[in-house]
Write a protein that binds this ligand. Structure first.
Ligand code: NDP
Length: 305
């Protein structure tokens, strides 16, 4: 019987550990650590994510504010907004919620965030810190996965890991963090030849492609730990029936809402073949926001010492 890796429990643990650190910082700095989120436009999913971030900040005692420029905002206006936040001493962390409206030069806006306040860990300076093993903010989703593995006692040192996906947000930093934990890592992507065989080599398989239920049983080594990062909302009843053929409750959810959330790994294959796995939802998702809180607290701690 596979072990289900419970992201919500680890999130709660991480948040609880932050509370005394935030209290100490609040005494030292004479103010709470501060996080500013730029939420441009009216993307519904982004609004939900930002609401979750605001709630988590409140839970641990971080001051948070959300700036909401309109959909029509220009690159120059966003750059000016980032400059102002960079200069504001009571703001320790700046998060630019992606995606930005189409007319905005996303890369320049992200580059403008001061590396010291870059709580997403996306700034090239911080990517360099990660790749050279120096301290600095780590991208939240892969950092959360490392916490999930460590806190469930899953060994990484010397193990074979395959990461499917090479984005700057998930796949690449995930591979670098696993290397830092002494795993032997393969980074796979859309041009990888014989992906099932590459995945079957893995003791730890991380799926981050954004392809609903793509990794089926022939991709999973029996007993492997499978981390499913994918968050895909599907609206086809046929696809839902195929993927959740074993799960009447999910199909009922689909019928009630007209859509359902699916990871990148076939859920039944994962439950039957893996030794341990993250469910979707409730696996990786909850950790991303918790790690954003960790990065904000650590940015403030670096100022306090
Ligand atoms: P991107 O679209 O930026 O990257 C996808 C990667 O997957 C690319 O490297 C791509 O390869 C690879 N890929 C795509 N199709 C295939 C295929 N058929 N075979 C092998 N590799 C493939 O996605 P992200 O990294 O931003 O996100 C990945 C998933 O994780 C999404 O479902 C997203 O919603 C989810 N996510 C979840 C988070 C959470 O908190 N749980 C946070 C962030 C993301 P190539 O480079 O060759 O094109």
């Amino acid at each position: 019987m596979a072990i289900i890796l419970n992201g919500a429990r680890i999130r709660d643990e991480i948040k609880a550990e932050l509370v005394p650190r935030v209290q100490k910082l609040t005494q030292t700095l004479g103010r709470a650590p501060g996080l500013s989120v730029i939420l441009a436009g009216s993307n519904a999913a982004s609004q939900i994510y930002v609401a979750g971030k605001t709630r988590a900040a409140r839970d641990v005692g971080i001051y948070s504010e959300t700036l909401t420029p309109p959909e029509s905002v220009t690159t120059e206006e966003l750059l000016a907004m980032v400059d102002a936040l960079n200069a504001q001493p009571e703001i320790d962390g700046i998060l630019v919620q992606l995606p930005l409206p189409a007319q905005v030069d996303e890369a320049s806006v992200l580059m403008r965030v001061s590396p010291a306040k870059d709580v997403d860990g996306f700034h090239p300076c911080n990517v360099g810190m990660l790749s050279t093993g120096r301290p600095g903010p780590r991208p939240c989703t892969p950092a959360g996965i490392i916490q999930l593995l460590k806190r469930h006692g899953i060994p990484m040192s010397g193990r074979r890991a395959t990461v499917v996906g090479r984005s700057s947000i998930v796949g690449k930093p995930m591979s670098m963090l696993l290397v830092a934990e002494d795993a032997t890592v393969t980074t796979a992507h859309s041009r990888t030849v014989d992906l099932p065989a590459v995945c079957r080599e893995a003791d730890i398989l991380v799926a981050a492609m954004g392809r609903p239920a793509m990794l089926t049983r022939e991709y999973i080594k029996p007993g492997a730990t499978v981390i499913d990062v994918g968050m895909n909302r599907i609206t086809s009843r046929d696809a839902a029936e195929r993927i959740y053929r074993h799960d009447a409750a999910r199909l009922q959810q689909f019928d009630a809402k007209g859509s359902v959330l699916v990871g990148d790994v076939d859920p039944l294959a994962m439950a039957e073949v893996a030794g341990a796995y993250t469910p979707v939802p409730g696996g990786v998702g909850p950790l991303t926001i918790a790690m954003l809180m960790v990065n904000t607290v650590e940015a403030a701690e670096r100022k306090a010492i």
